[in-house]
Design a protein around this ligand. Structure first.
Ligand SMILES: Cc1cc2nc3c(=O)[nH]c(=O)nc-3n(C[C@H](O)[C@H](O)[C@H](O)COP(=O)(O)OP(=O)(O)OC[C@H]3O[C@@H](n4cnc5c(N)ncnc54)[C@H](O)[C@@H]3O)c2cc1C
Length: 438
């Protein structure tokens, strides 16, 4: 339902045009509030955006969505994005010649049981261990002790070495962007509860066929514009200045404007500086500053159009790359391969050329054939891609101790690690809390 904003409706300023800020803006406008959103960058999307460089038109990093991303999918529908923007397929963890687990298109738990029956590279003891692990989590209703790491969880559930290597540890690094030895078992269990254990449609992999700015931020900005909300790019907010019970934003091109509420929807490392001048927020700033971060590196290798992978996404192990994506299979140019490396590792110490050569060699080994040198390469390292999702992490709420100041972003307290869905859910929660308070 959409309520038109009246001239006296509360006015909300949102700092940050990533998925969290835009989700918040859409929900606020739906509730009949007036909104202006500011982003300092040239393009919307934040850590999920298009990068145009050296003839490449690619994302800042390959992203995957899941059928379980219910809030993201709801907001996409609201702003008019069709489901056909995704290449949707059942969860398929495929290491050519070594391992394959593909969920069957059936309701839970049959999707996994049948997937396990048909699995490749798993013996019967491993198949049983996999089912035992899911049962172990179910028996605890997926609520695990806060201090447990994923490695400890796998030890406790006696998971065999190959299952750890090809299934649980890669899933952990891909979902939490944190190595299993350091990752929160509780958050990992939440991810498994809503994917593998939830059913075929929740565990479905959704690979965007359009770039990440075009997926949600641009349609959301258009939707907002049609409803008289303002969306600004290249307008960084440098300070939130109190003015009576309202706020002025330094950097707002309309200098006379005042906001009843302000949502800080930036990455956590940018939020702390904006919040620091407010004495009431000192504990919050300390907790945000305590967050550690993990990188994600994506190397794009443009080959001639004869080069492709046996599936849109294949796993790799034993080298630097964790996953290779064949962008030609989901809307990108033929021959464009993305190699993805999540979390810290020795790859960060290599010169760019040496890493790109190593990834080219790893791809040759995976495909079992020689490839011509790539025609072009582009490596993007997002040094602070996500917060490190460790046990006992204190994550803030959307509400702050400063009246009228709110938070949104992937680091806000919630069941998920730093993901698009986590960001969107925090944006929606922030909007609902503001609407209630207004
Ligand atoms: C390489 C990579 C791969 C990833 N892969 C996946 C994946 O496969 N699946 C998944 O679900 N998630 C993935 N993620 C995580 C996901 O991208 C993030 O969790 C999500 O985009 C965070 O959104 P956000 O809105 O919270 O923050 P951000 O995207 O960081 O948005 C914050 C915005 O605030 C703006 N800003 C900052 N300071 C100011 C200021 N002072 N004034 C105005 N604007 C400001 C920034 O320009 C930015 O646009 C990945 C992330 C990366 C980096």
């Amino acid at each position: 339902m959409f309520q038109r904003a009246g001239p006296n409706a509360p006015h909300v300023g949102i700092i940050g045009g990533g998925y969290a800020g835009l989700a918040c803006a859409v929900e606020l406008v739906r509730k009949g509030l007036r909104v202006a959103l500011f982003d300092g960058a040239r393009v919307l999307g934040g850590r999920a955006r298009i990068v145009e460089k050296n003839d490449f038109h690619v994302d800042n990093g390959q992203h995957l969505l899941l059928g379980a991303y219910t809030e993201t999918l709801r907001l996409l529908r609201i702003v008019g994005v069709k489901p056909s923007v995704f290449d949707s397929r059942p969860l398929d963890l495929y290491y050519p010649g070594q391992f394959r687990l593909r969920a069957a298109a059936l309701p839970a738990p049959l999707h996994l049981a049948v997937g396990l029956l048909r699995a490749e590279g798993m013996d019967w003891a491993e198949r049983r261990a996999c089912l035992r692990f899911i049962r172990h989590l179910k028996a605890q209703r997926f609520r695990l002790p806060v201090q447990l790491t994923v490695s400890q969880l796998l030890d406790n559930a006696a998971q065999p070495e190959r299952l750890r290597r090809f299934l649980w540890e890669p899933l952990c690094v891909a979902a939490l962007n944190t190595p299993a030895a350091e990752a929160s078992a509780r958050v990992f269990a939440n991810v498994l509860r809503d994917t593998l254990a939830a059913g075929a449609s929740a565990s479905e992999l959704l690979i965007p066929k359009v770039d990440l700015s075009e997926l949600f931020p641009v349609p959301a900005a258009r939707w907002l514009g049609r409803r008289h909300a303002q969306v600004y790019v290249t307008e960084a907010i440098t300070r939130i200045a109190p003015d009576g019970a309202r706020y002025r934003l330094e950097g707002d091109p309309v200098a006379a404007r005042r906001f009843d509420h302000v949502v800080v929807a930036t990455a956590p490392y940018h939020a702390a500086g904006l919040l620091a001048p407010f004495p009431a927020l000192a504990p919050l700033v300390t907790s945000i500053e305590a967050l550690a971060f993990e990188p994600i590196l994506t190397t794009y290798l443009q080959y001639d159009e004869t080069v492709g992978l046996p599936a849109p996404m294949v796993g790799a192990e034993g080298g630097h790359a964790q996953w290779f994506f064949d962008r030609g299979q989901f809307g990108g140019p033929a021959g464009l391969i993305a190699a993805v490396i999540s979390a810290r590792g020795p790859h960060l110490d290599l010169p760019r050329d040496a890493l790109e050569l190593a990834l080219h060699n790893e791809l040759e080994a995976l495909l079992g054939r020689r490839l011509n040198t790539p025609e072009a390469t582009l490596t993007i390292t997002e040094k602070r891609a996500t917060f490190a999702c460790r046990p006992q992490l204190a994550r803030p709420d959307v509400r702050t101790a400063q009246p009228g100041l709110w938070l949104a972003g992937d680091y806000i307290d919630g069941p998920y690690p730093a993901t698009l869905e986590g960001a969107v859910r925090a944006g929606v929660r922030s909007a609902h809390a503001i609407a209630r308070s207004a």
